[in-house]
Ligand binder design. Structure first.
Ligand code: ATP
Length: 301
């Protein structure tokens, strides 16, 4: 479990992280989202002891990172995949790490296989592509089999195969009961991977809830309606909170009523419908709505 309490980081006049509190629990992939500059990397860096908080605390299984007895065994991190000596091979890099963590050599080969690096294990990391560097970073994070994983933008630079691989890996690690905390810009990817979301904007907490609740709360679902009686449809749907937008001949997108309400009204009015389907909002839609509102709120404050 990761526990962040009133965490604050100021750089001169800029408050990068502003009194942030949340918990990341085991058993589910928790996505960490926010617009550029929202304070995600700064928060992750404070959690793993690379930055000192101006105020507040961040603990991993009850202790600040710096006071963990065996950090590599307790938390695996991927914060900057390029932080590998370019002259070292992947195998050499992982072996050196394994030695400091008291991890056996057989585990090095195991994580190399797990990360899909078998054929490049003896190449110098300096010649690695971004995606291979990410794979090496993930192999290093998994090396000592830690119960907590903190990954900053792990899909960066990965090809579609790599993206699917890391998605399955993260979900598998969470299903084993580990704590998996992962930041990403890719909403569609997070929607497939995360079960829970922590969303920040301007260093403040905007949401801390299951992914499904976050999307539902944005109330952005719409209903697609097809009819041969558009005028009657308009009359029966008219209302202050209802928007009807024509998307094609006889096809309308309705916001403000759900499919059941529209179906009931059509039945009562005797309007024939040829299609009635809910269009679920995407995580991206919900995220844009929430972060835009936070932005407006600040500008108006
Ligand atoms: N060392 C530093 N000195 C001064 N300002 C900093 C420093 N590190 C980060 N910042 C500022 O703090 C704010 C938060 O940055 P941070 O990198 O944590 O955001 P982020 O959410 O990770 O953004 P991105 O998604 O773009 O990586 C930004 O305004 C950034 O410019």
């Amino acid at each position: 479990m990761i526990d962040v309490k009133d965490l604050t980081k100021r750089y001169g006049a800029l408050t990068a992280v502003d009194g942030l509190s949340f918990r990341v629990r085991p058993g589910v992939v928790t996505g960490f989202l926010g617009p550029n500059g929202a304070g995600k990397s700064t928060t992750l860096r404070m959690i793993v002891g690379l930055d000192r908080p101006t105020a507040g605390t961040a603990t991993i299984d009850g202790r600040p990172y710096a006071r963990l007895a065996a950090p590599l065994r307790q938390v695996g991190t991927l914060l900057d995949a390029t932080a590998v000596h370019p002259g070292r091979t992947a195998h050499h890099h992982l072996s050196a790490l394994a030695a400091t963590a008291g991890v056996g050599r057989s585990r090095v080969d195991e994580v190399i296989g797990l990360a899909g690096l078998d054929s490049s294990a003896h190449r110098r990391a300096g010649g690695f592509s971004l995606g291979m560097g990410q794979r090496l970073g993930i192999a290093a994070a998994l090396l000592a089999d830690p119960p907590v994983l903190i990954l900053d933008e792990p899909v960066n630079g990965l090809d579609p195969d790599g993206i699917r691989w890391i998605r399955d890996l993260m979900r598998g690690l969470a299903a084993e009961g580990r704590t998996v905390f992962v930041s990403s810009h890719l909403m569609s990817e997070m929607a497939l991977t995360a079960g829970h979301l922590i969303v920040v904007g301007h260093g403040r907490l905007l949401a801390d809830e299951p992914l499904a609740d976050f999307i539902t709360r944005a109330e952005l679902d719409t209903v697609l309606v097809r009819t041969s009686e558009p005028d009657r449809l308009h009359r029966m749907l008219a209302g202050p909170e209802v928007t009807v937008t024509a998307v094609d001949r006889g096809v309308f997108e309705v916001a403000g009523l759900d499919a059941q309400q529209i179906g009931d009204r059509a039945a009562a009015a005797g309007v024939t419908l040829h299609e009635l389907s809910t269009r679920r909002a995407s995580l991206e839609d919900a995220f844009m709505r929430l972060t835009r509102d936070a932005h407006d709120h600040r500008e108006n404050a």
